[in-house]
Design a protein around this ligand. Structure first.
Ligand SMILES: Cc1cc2nc3c(=O)[nH]c(=O)nc-3n(C[C@H](O)[C@H](O)[C@H](O)COP(=O)(O)O)c2cc1C
Length: 198
């Protein structure tokens, strides 16, 4: 039988593993944490959820970043509420991570500029779509995308980086010998961790 992981009965190690996995998720397309689900609440107070690509996860500041079109519904919902949650489950590690906190749209500041500069050409093209994401169209192909060169100019105006400042984190590890669930709540510069019933 495989030995239990070092974080199994160690809260600090569970928190470290959570951030390690999120960091890996941001760097590696093959990671189970690369494409988390993003949850927001809409103007009718209905929950909305969709996939995003995790672009950065920083343990020091307790922040995550993803990118979206500022014309999108998710951008409207984040602007209105200032809140978001993210979730991912990785079958390989049998770990689920949940994050919730304050979310902020960055459209025209240094953070947005750096995120745009670090985006690949094929990602930039999507931000030049006409009409805007979510608009109703007469046929499935009744929208246009700019050429790659045009996208640099056209897409930037619609691009936005979203930073989520985590306030609560949850780490769930599934193991037949004993599941482990840990919650972490922002406490000053650190995290207040506690075991929870799985
Ligand atoms: C694998 C995958 C990755 C995606 N990544 C993003 C992303 O990083 N940002 C984004 O805005 N939408 C992304 N999408 C599309 C969203 O899931 C969603 O369909 C779209 O953005 C519209 O959402 P909204 O109307 O709630 O704004 C992705 C979808 C998939 C399937």
């Amino acid at each position: 039988m495989t030995p239990l992981p070092a974080f199994h009965d160690d809260l600090d190690a569970s928190l470290a593993e959570l951030w390690r996995l999120l960091g890996e998720g941001a760097r590696k397309a093959g990671s189970g944490f690369h494409t988390p689900a993003l949850a927001t609440v809409d103007a009718e107070r209905r929950p909305q959820v969709r996939t995003v690509v995790l672009r950065a996860a920083d343990r020091e500041t307790g922040t995550l970043r993803f990118h979206c079109d500022r014309r999108s519904r998710k951008a409207d919902e984040i602007a209105a509420t200032g809140l978001a949650a993210l979730h991912a489950y990785d079958r390989d590690t049998k770990i689920q991570i949940r994050v919730s906190g304050q979310a902020r749209l960055h459209t025209d500041d240094a953070l947005a500029d750096a995120a745009w500069a670090g985006s690949m050409a094929m990602s930039r093209v999507c931000y030049g779509t006409v009409p805007a994401p979510g608009a109703r169209i007469a046929a499935g192909d009744a929208y246009t995308l700019p050429e790659a060169e045009e996208a640099v100019a056209l897409g930037r105006a619609n691009f936005c980086a979203v930073q989520v400042r985590a306030e609560a984190l949850e780490f769930l590890y599934l193991d037949r010998r004993g599941h482990r669930r840990a919650g972490f709540f922002r406490d000053g510069a650190g995290w207040d961790g506690r075991w929870l019933v799985p």
